[in-house]
Design a protein around this ligand. Structure first.
Ligand code: DP6
Length: 360
């Protein structure tokens, strides 16, 4: 498929007014997307667990403009209050997707959005936020072109979400979504995420992700800048090759449920992501002393307890603690006793693997 395939047939009718609401989750990458080319094309393939508890809920009210104008027209409310500072990002998103949703300039929108996780918790809201908005716009298009299949709908939402934020294209479905062309996964594409197409071992059912909020402050370096710094990075080629290899290895692990191999791929991916940051020019560090303390505590406990708890990291200081359902009675008390003291104000979020976005 190419970008052109996402341009719709002409609409015959446009609804005057209506509203639509979606909830869309965040996701946590096991093999990380870090580095991109023009038009949000990833430099390497990635795969993520879709989450269940960390979601953005977005309601879009739409009303046809009296006259067509060449500007986008929308009000933006975040948790019930007008948020002017979020508008430029939405405007950029609308500009990127209007070729694929040509009705966008025909309407005035009231976009009302809220997150289930604490504001400024350092949890990336772009994945859940952009996908929730893309879902609402696609649902609108579906009222004009109702014959679209569920598969085509999901694929186009993922395609549109990617243009808002790369990782957002992995939030529509679950429990595992893969994005980026790679030879080991049939149907993989740089343009959209796909539901992982192979069988997954039952050990991953209900897998837990307890998110430890180590530092809720604004990141010193945004993901956008971080991706940019992979251009001309001395280890870029090796890193991109490694992601393909890790994805292939992870495929085997997802099938046979070998958690020891799972841990070694997932933790290595997390540390490699941060190693890329530390070796770029300019270099930077997003981990905090407490991030390292948590990692060391996890390693110590894993050794002593014979469990399969492990960690992964986003582009920030927070730690995602991953463990299977059948070990939660041992691992969760450990998290509360030994890891939560390293969190800012003792804050953490109990999340787990989820099934994707929902229409409300
Ligand atoms: C470290 O999707 O936030 O979370 O495409 O610029 O919006 P943009 O970047 P973004 O990058 C996320 C990177 C990551 C790894 C991952 O989710 O794969």
């Amino acid at each position: 498929m190419s970008e052109k395939d996402f341009i719709p047939a002409p609409y015959t009718t446009l609804k005057e007014e209506g509203s639509v609401t979606y909830s869309s989750p965040s996701n946590i990458a096991l093999v990380k997307y870090w580095g991109k080319r023009e038009n949000q094309i990833p430099a390497n393939p990635s795969i993520s667990f879709t989450l269940a508890a960390c979601v953005t809920k977005t309601c879009v009210h739409y009303k046809k403009k009296a006259q067509h104008s060449d500007e986008f027209s929308f009000d933006l409310l975040f948790e019930g209050e007008a948020k002017e500072e979020f508008k430029p990002k939405i405007n950029t998103f609308l500009k990127r997707i209007v070729a694929y949703l040509p009705f966008l300039k025909d309407y005035h929108f009231i976009i009302n959005t809220s997150n289930s996780f604490p504001h400024s918790s350092g949890i990336a809201s772009s994945a859940s936020g952009m996908s929730a908005l893309a879902l609402c716009f696609m649902e609108m298009e579906k009222t004009f072109l109702p014959n679209i299949t569920t598969n085509d709908f999901n694929r186009k939402v993922s395609f549109l979400s990617r243009l808002g934020s790369g990782s957002a294209c992995r939030s529509i479905e679950g429990p595992l979504v893969q994005w980026g062309e790679t030879s080991s996964i049939k149907g993989s594409s740089n343009l959209y995420g796909i539901k992982y197409p192979y069988e997954v071992h039952e050990i991953f059912n209900n897998f837990h992700d307890t998110i430890l909020l180590v530092d809720k402050g604004e990141k010193q370096v945004s993901s956008t800048v971080g991706h940019e710094l992979m251009h001309g990075h001395p280890f870029a080629t090796q890193r991109f090759d490694q992601a393909h290899t890790n994805l292939e290895k992870l495929g085997k692990v997802l099938a046979d449920g070998n958690l020891i191999d799972f841990i070694s791929i997932v933790e290595s991916e997390a540390l490699t992501l941060h190693a890329m940051m530390m070796t770029s020019n300019p270099y930077f560090i997003l981990m905090k002393p407490n991030t390292l303390s948590i990692i060391n505590e996890i390693w110590k406990f894993r050794e002593e307890s014979n469990t399969h708890v492990c960690f992964t990291l986003d582009a920030g200081a927070n730690v995602h603690v991953l463990y299977p359902e059948n070990e939660k009675d041992v691992v969760f008390p450990f998290i509360k006793e030994k890891l939560v003291p390293f969190c800012q104000n003792g804050q953490y979020i109990c999340d787990r693997i989820g099934l994707g976005a929902k229409k409300l």
